[in-house]
Design a protein around this ligand. Structure first.
Ligand code: AMP
Ligand code: MG
Length: 347
């Protein structure tokens, strides 16, 4: 993997991260097509290059249909979704589900094992008691009782039956930390199947790039969590996935306390060590799950994990605004600093 740091501290560079997509990837020829749509409680963006307009349109339609399919299968807010059905009945006995849902739950458990329980889809046993839009939170007593149900080991998976059951009544799961990444990966596969070689698919904080922008890298910005209209790091990427988890995405403040959507499985409260975690890897399922995990783990444990994972890099911003880079990114940063220093000494 190779990253060139355009600029590390762009605090004076006032650009919205999403604006970067417009500014740098707004397409230079009529062979690009772009679509924005609200699905899965977030903004879906698709950019496709193909010489044939029919193929471009097919690509856009496929991506939007896939996002919709995943949402209808896995949303905890849709009563008829298979995920809602598990949450309602899996404590009574095994519930059979579609292969995609089964495999994503299986993968979530692998991430729980990898992250020592920082990523745990049973966080929802507490998480469902929050409504960030309506500024509703559970009492301390409710959190204390419900957090005892957070443990991915309460999930029993039967690979042959493709069924899930819960060991305890009251356990709930939510795939909000991984499903968007999965949907992005599925979408990229659909685009590949159509013969598309240059595309961007993003679902909220999860972005995956197929190829480059026809001879140039895609420029993707990481927002400053202290001022989300600014960008702190900008990375030129191709054939890569990038996910950011931030405490500014879904939250409310009460009595000076911030209640946001990423829950520390041990405490049952919002994880509080960092403000954002951004992860780079080759697929979005991995970057999505790991950005949520590293957010929970904090800089020390988070970097230690990133540095042993092959092909995964990350940037963490802590409470004080300090930036931490994984070893691979740090090397690239130093290289690009050295080359810009030697360039300026020539001048
Ligand atoms: P992201 O923006 O990808 O970090 O995802 C945040 C979402 O992940 C939240 O809205 C929850 O649905 C889910 N989530 C929160 N805490 C956890 C956790 N500890 N493990 C797994 N998923 C979580
Ligand atoms: Mg995530």
């Amino acid at each position: 993997m190779k990253y060139i740091f355009i600029s590390m501290f762009l605090n004076s560079f006032r650009i919205l991260a999403c604006f970067i997509f417009f500014a740098f990837s707004s397409q230079l020829s009529a062979e690009w097509q772009t679509e924005d749509e609200a699905i899965m409680g977030t903004t879906i963006r698709v950019e496709i290059w193909h010489a044939d307009a029919d193929v471009r349109q097919k690509g856009i339609d496929k991506v939007l249909a896939e996002m919709d399919r995943v949402n209808r299968l896995m949303s905890p807010y849709i009563e008829q979704s298979q995920l809602s059905k598990i949450n309602k009945y899996a404590h009574e006995g095994p519930i059979e589900v579609d292969q995609d849902l089964f495999e994503l739950i299986e993968k979530s458990i692998e991430f729980s094992q990898l992250t020592n329980g920082a990523f745990d889809i049973t966080y929802a046993s507490v998480g469902h008691l929050y409504n960030y839009r309506k500024e509703i939170k559970p009492t301390e007593e409710e959190v204390a009782a419900a957090k005892l149900l957070i443990d991915y080991k309460n999930l029993v998976l039967d690979k042959h039956q493709l069924s899930i059951s819960y060991l305890k009544h009251g356990v709930k799961i939510d795939l909000g930390g991984i499903a968007k990444g999965f949907a992005v990966d599925q979408s990229i596969q659909h685009l590949r199947n159509l013969g598309i070689k240059h595309a961007l698919v993003s679902a909220g904080g999860d972005t995956r790039l197929l190829g480059d922008r026809r001879g140039r890298a895609w420029l993707v910005g990481i927002r400053d969590p202290a001022n989300t209209e600014e960008v702190i790091v900008m990375l030129p990427l191709q054939d890569e996935a990038l996910s950011t988890s931030g405490d500014y995405e879904r939250f409310f403040i009460e009595d000076g306390e911030k209640y946001h959507h990423i829950i520390h499985p041990t405490t049952g409260n919002s994880a509080s060590e960092v403000r954002s975690a951004s992860i780079l890897a080759s697929d979005s399922t991995t970057t999505d799950a790991l950005s949520t995990s590293i957010f929970v783990m904090g800089p020390d444990k988070g970097l230690a994990l990133l540095n042993i994972l092959e092909g995964v890099e990350g940037v963490i911003v802590d409470k004080q605004g300090k930036l931490y880079y994984s070893q691979g990114l740090e090397k690239e940063q130093k290289k690009s600093q050295n080359s810009s220093n030697s360039n300026s000494s020539v001048k």
